[in-house]
Design a protein around this ligand. Sequence first.
Ligand SMILES: Cc1ncc(C[n+]2csc(CCOP(=O)(O)OP(=O)(O)O)c2C)c(N)n1
Length: 273
Amino acid sequence: MNEQVVVLQEKANIIRKHIIEMLHESASGHPGGSLSAADILAVLYFDEMKVDSNNPKWEDRDRFVLSKGHAAPVLYATLAEKGFFQKEELMRLRKIDSMLQGHPDMKGTPGVEMSTGSLGQGFSASIGMALSAKLDKKEFRVYTLLGDGELQEGIVWEAAMAAAHYKLDNLTAIVDYNQLQIDGFNKDIMGVDPVGDKFKAFGWNVIEVDGHSIEDLLNALKEAKKVLGMPTVLVAKTVKGKGVSFMENAVDWHGTAPTLEHKTKALIELGGE
Ligand SMILES: Cc1ncc(C[n+]2csc(CCOP(=O)(O)OP(=O)(O)O)c2C)c(N)n1
């Protein structure tokens, strides 16, 4: 395995540990959908995206929109690791007057590009950002992460149609395809499959990847940049709660915070303190 992959895997693991610690400390939040996206955010922020934590508003930076805003802990952990703010802040998640609210707030947190939480709207906003880059003849790229449960929102498909219509090849969407939403498996609540074929029919370039394979993610993101005239979506197969055995594929861990006992167990599985 090459060194870059090992470094990124280690970053993802650190992000996972922060998630467990933050959620335990605040006694609330969403572990399942945060853990499932840790590898994706590690690759985006520590390899793919041009961002500068010393200059969060740098005009030419790449943009990332966490459309599945309830997974805010994975974004906060990544931003802190990247140096946008002190890691100690993570322990103030969801506290009164904290900069880290339960869902991302673009006015309160350095590095957060869009306030999200109402499923589907972050995706629409990312399309506006990509379109404005085109109109302003800017080179930056826009990345956005959606949940597969989020695809149940009608707004997603109107936005997908617009992105293809405007040929937004500067936009890469990633679907965290963990097959669960808040109440159970998507297939039992409102089937979203076949996800790739749907995006293809809406005019998107589609790449299917293993969302926990650093190599797959690196290659797919590189590939996406070569495709011109249409937006690309990575359908990233993931496991909700990935990395903590008792949280994996368990709907109960969508929005439940770990107790001290859970935290201790989880941190041991993730490789200690
Ligand atoms: C418009 C809207 N409706 C309902 C919700 C409540 N909600 C929060 S998370 C969630 C499930 C999301 O599932 P998914 O996108 O698959 O996220 P993941 O499983 O990856 O956490 C729902 C329905 C919301 N945030 N926004």
